[in-house]
Write a new protein. Structure first.
Length: 432
């Protein structure tokens, strides 16, 4: 691995499954950390079978590799087949999305010898990440206080749970959907007069992974001053409430209960989606000067001189009058017309794209965000890489998502010094 990788030499022991914590450890891997993913020999990470869709190896016909079934638009999709979970070597698209830059080791944590292997690995690690229910790691003999902290005082031990280690909900299982509901996100998402709606991606999982990623880096930085690791506790519920941001502040400061506004904004007008003559797009008019320019483009120059619309607070108070006036004008021309006219005035706007449009967008392609890597069983696949660009320590995809237990022998030999005979005995005893 190149010398200019930011986390070169940092070892992360990843005892997590599903999305929040694996997303966190993947980000650490992007920056060069050696992420060792501990999985059960009996199927591994649950998300390996979460699908469809599943990626599978292409089949051979007349000495040519042919995908099992190509997507409708394959210009920028993976050159692999699609299959169901029972296909040999199939990997779910879900698992592939959150597990690049990791090495997989299978260990049976129901055996004392398996737990001992994890302890030995933890003794060599800089970071341990886990997302079991509170107390489970202690039951396994892998708790922080009393076990791993004395074994490795420099270890940063990060737990990601549904509700944290404290409070009346600590023992409850938590998934993204549950905390979106309990944390208020679903209440504020959806169309006026409709029921609550979850966000289209597992946003609280992803946000918790981001919070944990930053927290781990902070703890590693603190360690350079103290020479000690520490325990880091992240939860889906706390992350969800934190994501309420200005909407939560509206309640905390003014007691204002949130209402569902669809694609509109509670505090800025116009800041929402509109229909054109051939589709739908969004505009984000963030200040009064932009509103003047926006109305000029629309051919409605008198609107900003109306006292009901002159200032943003006025527009918020009179949105029910203003929005129909704007919407009627925007319906007269196609989306491309408005994108060109608004962009020329430096007004924030954009079409509402589907995924085919996103992954074929010339700007997305120009950033190099979509990368192709060679997977050991399914062939070449397309993955979304790191969205952050660094001048000196670039993130990169050094390893494709691993197959189950792909690196077990390598890690046991390389990190722990086990002999081939010892590894064979562990496999015979169903420890690995």
């Amino acid at each position: 691995m190149a010398a200019n990788i930011a986390l070169r030499g940092v070892r992360v022991l990843d005892l997590s499954r599903v999305l929040a914590a694996p997303f966190c450890t993947m980000l650490l891997g992007d920056m060069g950390a050696d992420v060792i993913k501990i999985e059960s020999p009996n199927g591994g990470d649950d998300t390996r079978k979460w699908g469809p869709p599943f990626a599978a190896p292409a089949v051979k016909r007349d000495n040519h590799q042919v995908p099992v079934r190509q997507p409708e638009s394959a210009q920028h999709t993976s050159a692999v087949g699609q299959a169901d979970a029972s296909a040999p070597a199939a990997e779910s698209a879900y698992f592939l999305a959150a597990n690049r830059n990791k090495r997989s080791v299978t260990v049976n944590l129901k055996s004392e010898r398996g737990v001992q292997i994890v302890r030995e690995l933890a003794a060599t690690a800089d970071v341990l990440v886990e997302n079991f229910l509170p107390g489970k790691m202690e039951q396994l003999g892998l708790g922080y206080e009393g076990v791993l902290q004395p074994l490795n005082p420099r270890l940063v031990y990060c737990s990601l749970t549904g509700f944290g280690r404290h409070g009346p909900y600590r023992d409850r299982a938590g998934y993204d959907l549950v905390t979106q509901a309990m944390g208020g996100l679903m209440h504020i998402t959806g169309q006026p007069g409709s029921g609550p709606v979850k966000v289209g991606v597992a946003i609280t999982d992803l946000a918790t992974g981001l919070f944990a990623h930053g927290a781990i880096l902070t703890a590693l930085l603190a360690r350079t001053h103290t020479n000690r690791g520490q325990r880091v506790d992240c939860s889906l519920m706390s992350s969800t409430v934190a994501l309420l941001a200005n909407i939560g502040s509206n309640y905390l400061i003014a007691g204002k209960e949130a209402k569902r506004l669809g694609n509109a904004h509670p505090s800025i007008v116009p800041y929402q989606s509109f229909q054109s003559s051939d589709g739908e797009f969004v505009v984000a008019v963030g200040n009064d000067a932009q509103f003047v320019a926006f109305c000029r483009v629309l051919g409605l120059p008198d609107l900003p001189r109306d006292s009901r619309f002159a200032k943003n607070a006025d527009r918020v108070a009179h949105r029910e009058v203003l929005i129909p006036l704007i919407a009627a004008m925007l319906r007269t021309q196609p989306t491309a017309h408005w994108m060109d006219a608004l962009t020329r005035e430096d007004l924030p706007c954009g079409p509402i794209n589907n995924l085919q449009q996103v992954f074929n967008d010339p700007h997305v392609l120009a950033t190099g965000l979509i990368q192709q890597v060679e997977h050991p069983t399914v062939g070449r696949i397309s993955l979304t890489g790191s969205p952050v660009q660094y001048s000196d320590t670039p993130a990169r995809i050094a390893l494709p998502p691993p197959t189950l237990g792909q690196h077990t022998d390598q890690i046991l030999a390389e990190v722990l010094g086990y002999t081939p005979e010892q590894i064979a005995a562990l496999r015979r005893d169903k420890v690995i």
